[in-house]
Design a binder for this molecule. Structure first.
Ligand code: FES
Ligand code: FES
Length: 175
């Protein structure tokens, strides 16, 4: 066992884990953050994704020790991340991140299993490319080097939700 200091959703968390324990297990089992899901365990589906220093990472293959000290954001931390980016104070009743709200408004999820990774990917995409084209969205989720798999086939709704979130984020940033 070894002690690992993590920074998750803006909070420092110390965990005592066996060497090589995947970040996903620490998030779900030790920190009770159940947004990230275990899908393939092989970095191929994206269900387990989190942001590490703003980049999407597959938590099933990263060891917790590998990301010690880096900024980890899970689905649960997206509202606070958005508030911080707008210069708003952290609050218990933080509104949802525009990506999460767009996912509700477009009724994207079907079974829901993959959707953690979809929203994490959308957040990464929109932070890097605030107004992506349909081709860029398709590249991020489907056609690029690290696709996200959805067995329910929600991709059409995902494109619409990313476009809706992009508009909301652009509006939010002008405030
Ligand atoms: S569970 Fe991590 S990519 Fe599939
Ligand atoms: S919503 Fe069911 S796998 Fe994507």
């Amino acid at each position: 066992m070894s002690v690992v200091d993590l920074k998750v959703n803006g909070v420092s968390r110390r965990v005592d884990v066996a060497e090589g324990t995947p970040l996903l297990y620490v998030l779900r089992n030790d920190l009770e953050l159940r947004g990230p899901q275990f899908g393939c365990g092989l970095a191929q589906c994206g269900a387990c994704s989190v942001l590490v220093d703003g980049k999407e990472a597959r938590a099933c293959i990263l060891s917790a020790a590998d990301v010690a000290g880096q900024e980890i954001t899970t689905l649960e931390g997206l509202p606070a991340r958005w508030a911080k980016q707008q210069g708003l104070p952290a609050a218990a009743d933080q509104p949802l991140h525009p990506v999460q709200q767009a996912w509700i408004d477009e009724q994207v999820p079907q079974c829901g299993f993959c959707q953690n990774g979809m929203m994490i990917k959308a957040t990464e995409l929109l932070e890097q490319t605030p107004s992506p084209s349909v081709a860029q969205i398709r590249d991020a989720f489907m056609d690029g080097p690290s696709p996200h798999l959805c067995r329910c086939g929600t991709y059409v709704a995902i494109v619409a939700a990313v476009q809706r979130a992009a508009a909301a984020m652009a509006k939010g940033k002008k405030r």
